[in-house]
Design a binder for this molecule. Sequence first.
Ligand code: NAP
Ligand code: MG
Length: 399
Amino acid sequence: MEKIRMTTPLVEMDGDEMTRILWKWIKEILIEPYVDLKTEYYDLGLKERDNTDDKVTVESANATLKYGVAVKCATITPNAQRMTEYNLKKMYKSPNGTIRAILDGTVFRAPILVDGITPYIPTWKKPIVIARHAYGDIYKAVDGLAGAGKAEIVYTDREGNQARQTIFDFNGDGVVMAMHNTDKSIESFARACFNYALDVKLPLWFSTKDTISKVYDGNFKAIFNRLYEEEYKEKFEKAGIDYMYTLIDDVVARIVRSEGGIVWACKNYDGDVMSDMVATAYGSLAMMTSVLVSPEGIYEYEAAHGTVTRHYYKYMKGEETSTNPVATIFAWTGALKKRGELDDIPELVAFGERLEKATIETIEAGEMTGDLVGLFKKEGVTPKKLNSKDFLKAIATRI
Ligand code: NAP
Ligand code: MG
């Protein structure tokens, strides 16, 4: 069989621990036999980030701006324990944070649904896609400790005029925080959400807490409403989908009662928290995909989970592991399909679809990794636990 040719390279961002092992196997077993894989490789493994003073992360993000599509393996965000474990020069920032700041994108997380795995909320029949604003708020905040005294916030405009507000007059110890966002980033977040909803033809819900945060969250609400009225209303009506704004607590209640099939746009922190809740409710964090979409239409695909450290330590001791590679496979298929779309290579798109179908069919036939075995219930099918490599081989027989 002749391999599928690619014209533009994918930006490949390698990562850490168990997902780094899976990464190599996925390429060897599921992709390279069928695709003449063209990538520009960046090693974001923690060792190489340390060797390059984290320049490699910035370079990989810049390459993504250049080529338009990237696929990323999970990476360690160093903490104190990792400083010793890897003997690091510095406690580097989260690579995802660095990449998001450069691409200024919105992260969409969608569950992979399989017949036989019922969500913990059984009314959820269709995916709930969480769109997380990936810029600002507490992730770019300034915070500090306070003692007795007055904490103030001062804004100085370009002419030197100042506006001053008291945050709190402390009588004793406490904490303060100041955060920001920009209209430009909120606008691109809104556009990314409207475009994504139109792309997948699902209604869009947006939520904040503007009853409490009247100016800050109120600004998010106003920008979404304005762009909807000015640019998207007609397109939504034509596509037969709606846009709804409501309070975050109201959406939480509605989501639980819904049957899914919604794109839920969330502010940065809400998206961080809610996506873990939604992912778990669908069954497993290992079945959640994630894509960062920039306002210029640049895409970075990854799995939503981390490097699965506990499994890696077992693997290093020579023990067998049954780590779920599905979300990482879907990161690859997402990136290959997008590359195929942009470069007009229908065979590449078709291959991505075939690989996704083969992966789902393998699980539905009862062959899966350990995390799914306890969740799987389908008449006439007895789930069988495979180790990671055998699971990948089982998928390969179905491509
Ligand atoms: P994690 O790697 O997502 O794993 C947490 C637990 O979830 C695992 O111990 C495992 O449970 C289960 N799990 C997650 N993915 C799985 C998979 N593919 N197959 C089977 N089980 C899976 O989160 P973490 O342990 O909190 O973080 C580990 C490292 O990942 C950290 O250094 C963190 O900085 C990094 N991280 C990176 C990203 C990213 O790059 N996007 C995201 C999150 C975390 P059991 O142990 O019960 O089997
Ligand atoms: Mg989170």
